[in-house]
Design a binder for this molecule. Structure first.
Ligand SMILES: [Zn+2]
Length: 313
């Protein structure tokens, strides 16, 4: 009896160990793809945000760091290999964990750039994570509107173009390579998250993308999904516009949320083929979700925080 129990226990431990190894492998296995001679995009499974790596004469510049410390460390190793030199700077497009929680995989003292607002959101909404040793890899170089880095013969232009996915998103233009990383202001082939509680706004997002389209770039790296181009940005913007028009109409006519979702099911066209993004038991980002957020914004049920707004509203 005892022997059977011991065998069952050993089997259980083995299965748990295998599951852990599999998960660790999934999380830390990175894939990368060339965008231009000096720009690569790095991706991992799951909900991880797309990372961009720029090669400069002095080493690597990285945009976003994925979800786990171990991933950040892997991203750093890979970036140093791709760039043939040390990491010179990291930029965080916005505060969400799938773009920032890899920061602690970088040494304390690494140059880390974000908007002032993003740093504020990290402390306000995610202060538990950004305490203790992790606080050493919070952004240590912040700005409000525009900030250029000149590293190894390259110009890295970080710009806050207005509200959208959150209230603090930056985009990164690799000037010489004509590549724009838009963070989650652009997702390709899937439904977007809209963080109204952290200053996001579907209405403002449309104009923010107009300002992005006014920049000089050819290739567009989204926060999630495959690399695209200006056409991809316009197509995504068209979806936001369609959802926003529908939500405004619903608000004006006094429709209920359910009626609005029903209307969306019948009339929305620009989201054909969009994938649903799921985080089990936590979040399901599909058409109903985005329409729901637009409805909340259009009816004023959730008021996005203003550009200069105070936290907590
Ligand atoms: Zn995000």
């Amino acid at each position: 009896m005892l022997r059977k129990l011991a065998i069952a226990l050993a089997a259980l431990v083995a299965v748990a160990a295998l599951a852990f190894l599999w998960l660790y492998h999934e999380v830390t296995t990175l894939e990368y793809e060339r965008v231009t001679d000096d720009v690569h995009v790095v991706q991992a499974g799951g909900i991880n945000g797309n990372v961009a790596v720029l090669r400069t004469a002095e080493g690597a510049v990285i945009v976003d760091t994925m979800t786990f410390r171990a991933q950040g460390a892997r991203v750093r190793e890979l970036a140093e290999r791709l760039a043939g030199g040390p990491v010179q700077a990291v930029l965080n497009t916005h505060y969400h964990m799938d773009h920032t929680h890899g920061n602690p995989g970088f040494p304390a003292g690494t140059r880390i750039v974000s908007t002032q607002r993003t740093r504020g959101y990290m402390l306000e909404f995610d202060g538990g994570y950004w305490s203790g040793a992790n606080a050493e890899t919070l952004p240590n170089e912040t700005f409000d509107a525009e900030h250029d880095l000149h590293i190894g013969g390259k110009t890295i232009r970080a710009l806050h173009l207005g509200r959208g996915h959150t209230g603090g998103d930056l985009v990164v233009l690799f000037v010489e390579d004509r590549v724009l990383h838009l963070g989650d202001l652009l997702v390709s082939g899937r439904y977007p998250n809209v963080d109204l509680e952290a200053g996001g706004s579907i209405e403002a997002w449309i104009a923010t993308l107009d300002r992005a389209l006014a920049l000089d770039f050819d290739r567009a790296i989204p926060g999630h999904g495959p690399v695209t181009d200006r056409e991809g940005v316009r197509a995504f913007q068209a979806f936001l516009r369609e959802v926003w028009e529908l939500a405004k109409q619903a608000a004006a006519e006094g429709l209920s949320l359910e009626q609005t979702r029903e209307l969306a099911r019948r009339t929305l066209k620009s989201d054909a083929g969009f994938a649903v993004v799921g985080i089990p038991l936590y979040l399901r980002i599909d058409r109903d979700f985005v329409v729901g957020r637009a409805f909340e914004e259009a009816t004023g049920a959730v008021r996005p925080r203003g550009e200069g707004g105070s936290p907590g509203s």
